[in-house]
Design a protein around this ligand. Sequence first.
Ligand code: NIG
Ligand code: FE
Length: 411
Amino acid sequence: MKKQFIGPFTQLLTMRDLPLKGALADKQLEIINHAGLYVENEYIVEVGDYEQLEEKYQDAEQVVLSGNNVCLPSYIDCHTHIAFAGNRANDFALRNAGSSYLEITAAGGGIWSTVQHTRACSEEELIDLIVERANELVKQGITTIEVKSGYGLNVEQELKTLRAIKSANTKTVTELISTCLAAHMKPRNFVGTSVEYLNYIQEELFPILKAEKLTNRIDAFIEQSAFSADEIRSYLVKAKEMGFDITLHADQFTTSGSALAVEVGAVSADHLEASTIEEIQLLADSDVVAVALPAASLGLGCDFTPARALLDAGASLAIATDWNPGSAPMGQLLASASILATMQKLTNAEVLAALTFRATHALNLKDRGRLVAGQLADFIIYSTDNYQNITYLQGTLQPTSVWKNGQQIYH
Ligand code: NIG
Ligand code: FE
């Protein structure tokens, strides 16, 4: 058995006992000063005062740190689209020159242009692209990354993408959690209605996803340019019956999807930039995690998710990058989360919860996100004396080391 004792940390943030839902004050954070962390194999066994634990775990390998260090759970990016080829700099330029996202989509740009690039790319090339982007996220301290398909949009191409994500997971030090987003839009070359497209995916793709264990999550984009709640309901119900977790792109431009997320018992409803008090209350009264994607607001120049109102109403809030070539090309979790914090007045505790155990909850994972006994030893270390610098420096403070399952994977 590998036994490691790591420290001393100037501050160690455990996230212990913080609730899954609602507003959080910084004083609720458990911060252990001059802390040590004892790990056996991939799990945390004990956190506490450095001297006391050093005495107790003398036989462990000692990892002694110098200077000021802040330790906290590593981040979970619970919403990305990093399985794509090509680039949409031209869409970005068109938007900045005055066209809207929905207008560009209607004119044949948008998601469809990335579908064409991704379809033209081999599975091997796609694996390399995913690994490259996942490794970029690791440098930011992210050790669990959700990755959606959704630029294949037929059985063969969605399978290529999900198989590429599965292979990429074995080639990167981080952990990838895949999601099938075949319902990103009806492909332009599909002959038939939206419902016919969804039936085709459900009948021909879902059984293979199960048989090859390619994913246990189904996502859909509920929007004017994609699918309406009425078109997609039975697709989601069927997915749920087959044992998939549901997550939705909801209320991005129009109020669409959050009520459906609650109705079908989704694990998360993501975007929510257009949610009004009614949708906010529905989400707050449910177990659906609200996922804010501030990089998409920055990429599109539109409103931020009403994160403050969601938390005050009692919702659970996670924050993710939404890294994709169209709406959110930056792929910077801390920069975008820190900007959301200043725009929406979020406390540090709310931001850090949104990037750790609340994001874990959006992925229906229970084994990570807090530095307490029994959780995976997934943590990051910053060379700084005060955790407040993490959001204050808006993503420019980078971790000096990143650990996953008790192993240092980046420094
Ligand atoms: O989350 N809104 C739908 N899907 C993505 C954008 C995908 C794209 O534009 O390529 C999003 O913002
Ligand atoms: Fe997205």
